[in-house]
Design a binder for this molecule. Structure first.
Ligand code: HEC
Ligand code: HEC
Length: 343
């Protein structure tokens, strides 16, 4: 039987950090997610479960694997890592060391016990996973600013139970300026590759949340997509091993790509087209981030968070008039379209 995707932060081999994280998840004060008066009336629904993919509470999922001594492999790599090595938050498993520049220490190993390796979550080549974010090719100044916003509390998640974002905030903002600069320059210099295959469909595999993402249920079955995006690993085993060459498929509702394109080109009705700020092909411009080819779950989370008032950094204010008029279905269509673009 297919077990839970072994990606949970609380199952890292660094017991101490794992414990800290569990404690954090339980005890971190659920600081107000919405600044006073910032919540627009139109966003009544709760955060969509499929975009935030909140994992089961630690301990209620599958027990950790015990085959720690077994070396695992992925295609096109000579490397071998045990399960324990793959889940070490202070050492990003680097399956393809020649396919990206040399990682600075903070990206490959972090700084124990305070800062997890950036490359563990965002992957050594910065392509990212649905529960975090692709950093490859983002403007370095933008990356630095996001760390500052996470640290100052201007950037949170609308879903306080989203463990990966809590870890990003609790641990990664302890990186010092020099480390952040090194990480920003590293990820910024990497060219993003196509990573998500977008498929319009009425019917999707039945999925459940495991390891902070949607994975196909076992025994396999299908169900209507409804107004959801189902983003899931192409090859679960490789994603579980954190292979940064094994991407994702995103099932999106039929017609959503075209609807999203119309919203993007008109700037969600009468406003400036998104490309005015996000650049031609939505590949980023100046300090404004790329949207093309990025995880649609991530994009929906950001649009939702900017609208709910959970993400209110100074630059994010530029997005407020944009998100003000978007419904969740609009966000879904926009995410489907931008994910389908070449990065
Ligand atoms: C424990 C996992 C984890 C680690 C380790 C981690 N991050 Fe993140 N990071 C996240 C998550 C999750 C998000 C997305 C939050 C959301 O969905 O709103 C994120 C988002 C970001 C973003 C925002 C990207 C964007 O497009 O706005 C930046 C920049 C970033 N991380 C940089 C870093 C750096 C630099 C490090 C290392 C110092 C790091 N992260 C380590 C989990 C992690
Ligand atoms: C007036 C300029 C402007 C326009 C127009 C604009 N954006 Fe943005 N957008 C920004 C800026 C600036 C940021 C970065 C915010 C920050 O630094 O926190 C951003 C961030 C985002 C993000 C988060 C990206 C990330 O990496 O986390 C998304 C998603 C996004 N915009 C989508 C859109 C879409 C879709 C449209 C059109 C419907 C659009 N934007 C139109 C300026 C703009």
């Amino acid at each position: 039987m297919r077990k839970i995707a072994g990606t949970g932060y609380v199952r890292g081999t660094q017991r101490l950090s794992a414990l800290c994280l569990i404690l954090l998840c339980v005890f971190l004060p659920l600081a107000a997610q919405n600044p006073v008066g910032a919540k627009p009336a139109a966003l009544a629904d709760s955060p969509p479960y499929w975009a935030y993919a909140v994992d089961l509470p630690a301990g209620s999922t599958a027990s950790p694997k015990t085959d720690d001594a077994t070396p695992h492999h992925v295609p096109a790599s000579d490397a071998a890592f045990t399960h324990a090595q793959v889940h070490n938050l202070f050492s990003a498993p680097d399956w393809h060391p020649t396919s990206h520049p040399t990682m600075p220490e903070i990206v490959s190993r972090g700084r124990a016990p305070d800062v997890f390796a950036c490359g563990f979550c965002h992957l050594p080549n910065g392509q990212g996973r649905p529960e975090n974010s692709s950093l490859a090719g983002l403007p370095a100044a933008y990356i630095v600013q996001q760390l500052a916003d996470f640290k100052s509390g201007l950037r949170k998640s609308s879903e306080p139970k989203h463990g990966p974002t809590r870890a990003m905030i609790a641990f990664e903002t302890k990186a010092n300026d020099k480390e952040i600069k090194a990480a920003a320059e590293y990820f910024s210099a990497i060219r993003p590759e196509p990573w998500i295959r977008v498929v319009e469909t009425n019917t999707v595999p039945k999925t459940h949340v495991a390891g902070w993402m949607l994975v196909a249920s076992d025994p396999s079955a299908t169900e209507p997509i409804a107004q959801r995006i189902i983003e899931t690993p192409e090859i679960l085993e490789q994603t579980e091993l954190r292979d940064d060459h094994s991407g994702f498929v995103a099932y999106v509702p039929v017609g959503s790509i075209q609807k999203g394109e119309a919203l993007v080109k008109t700037g969600a009705g009468k406003r400036a087209a998104c490309s005015t700020c996000h650049g031609p092909g939505l590949k980023g411009l100046g300090k404004v981030p790329r949207l093309a080819g990025r995880s649609p779950s991530y994009i929906v989370r950001q649009l939702y968070d900017m609208k709910s008032g959970a993400r209110v950094g100074i630059a994010a204010q530029k997005m407020r008039p944009v998100v003000a008029r978007l419904t969740l279905d609009d966000m879904t269509a926009i995410a489907a379209y931008v994910a389908s673009l070449s990065p």
